[in-house]
Design a protein around this ligand. Structure first.
Ligand SMILES: [Zn+2]
Length: 94
């Protein structure tokens, strides 16, 4: 099941789960797929995504799924619709 992530807390609570995060960056015109335990998908990390702030400033959106195929489909759908670049994160892609 695909879930929209609207706050840092929501994402922090998913850290110990398996799964994938679709991070959409409006200013960068980019959609990035992470595993949920990637440091770039961790709001506590200084380099991590910040869903609360992104929502407040309307600079991005985030989606979570336990299933890679489902996350991948969502990422592709968004990147096609918005004509954004779709990137699989090079750090956590394994
Ligand atoms: Zn990553």
């Amino acid at each position: 099941m695909l879930t929209e992530i609207v706050s840092d807390e929501q994402l922090i609570n998913l850290y110990t789960e398996d799964g994938y995060l679709v991070a959409v960056d409006y200013p960068k015109n980019e959609v990035k797929l992470h595993t949920i335990d990637c440091m770039l998908a961790d709001p506590i990390s200084s380099v991590g995504v910040k869903p609360s702030k992104a929502r407040e400033n309307k600079t991005g959106e985030f989606w979570y799924s336990k299933n890679r195929k489902e996350a991948n489909l969502k990422a592709e759908e968004i990147s096609k619709k918005k004509v954004y670049t779709y990137v699989v994160c090079p750090i956590c892609n394994r």
